[in-house]
Design a protein. Structure first.
Length: 276
């Protein structure tokens, strides 16, 4: 996954794990892996600059493909270029994995395109096939970890996390996950998945889950009643990625509330119901 922080004018590339650590292949609480590669599809006028590591040592001057004769002949390079960004093949500690919660790999800046035009390459893109067939190049996304193979010296590593995913899909999946965990509905309204509340309706407490594009961002959350009075407020200091906290509702009367917060320079409002 790749997203854009407008305040810092920085793109971040993430891996979204499909399992927790520890697991049956990896008894460690932390995930480790040697090789990984991410390919970005960008408009031809885009220039990637100032790549910085977050987890792992990534190529600071990644190769850019698309103008080669094979791609021009195949008609797939019109308007697009491709940055193939590899990680040094040394074991990297990615930290604890929680299913569905993005883990940041590296960040970069760029110029010459809108942020929406920068995407992770789809493995079904013709660029992947042409690069492999005519140039013997492996340009697809790949990720190898301890959890992707049995704990045996003869085990064959499994390639993981090769397909792109959006933040919206990540948050929708997390909403479904917490809904099942609390056996109720995680409230997602107004076509926004930046903030999840669960359970909702709630009795004595509700959990709040949100995504932050950077570390250390301070966010004020306010719970407002039907008259417009702020009945609860807290300031949360976020870590980069998925964050969560609880709101104690015991002293509040039953009724409808609005939970509001400004996340990444966007005001988010969620409906919340308190029941007896």
């Amino acid at each position: 996954m790749v997203d854009y922080d407008a305040a810092k004018q920085t793109y971040t590339v993430w891996v979204v794990p499909q399992y927790n650590t520890p697991n049956r292949n990896n008894p460690d609480t932390e995930e480790r892996g040697a090789t990984a590669q991410v390919t970005l599809k960008v408009p031809s006028g885009f220039e990637l600059i100032q790549l910085e590591d977050i987890r792992g040592a990534w190529d600071k001057s990644p190769g850019r493909l698309g103008n080669e004769a094979a791609f021009i002949k195949a008609g797939i390079s019109s308007g697009f270029m491709y940055y193939v960004i590899g990680k040094q093949p040394i074991e990297t500690n990615y930290g604890t994995f929680q299913e569905g919660e993005p883990v940041a790999l590296f960040r970069f800046k760029g110029k010459g395109a809108t942020s929406e035009a920068i995407t992770v390459l789809d493995s079904n893109d013709p660029f992947v096939r042409i690069a492999n067939k005519t140039m013997a190049l492996n340009v697809g996304n790949s990720f190898y970890s301890r959890s992707g193979q049995l704990p045996s010296v003869t085990a064959r590593p499994l390639e993981q996390f090769s397909q792109p995913i959006t933040l919206e899909n990540v948050m929708n999946a997390l909403a479904k996950k917490v809904s099942l965990a609390v056996k109720t509905t995680a409230n997602i309204v107004n076509d926004s998945v930046d903030m999840i509340t669960f359970p909702n309706p709630a009795t004595d407490r509700t959990g709040v889950m949100y995504f932050s594009k950077g570390d250390g961002a301070k966010t004020r959350f306010e719970l407002v009643d039907a008259s417009g009075q702020v009945r609860y407020e807290t300031v949360q200091v976020a870590k980069q990625g998925v964050n969560s906290f609880e709101i104690n509702l015991n002293k509040l009367p039953s009724g409808s509330y609005l939970l509001r917060a400004e996340l990444d320079k966007k005001m988010i409002i969620k409906k919340l119901s308190k029941i007896e």
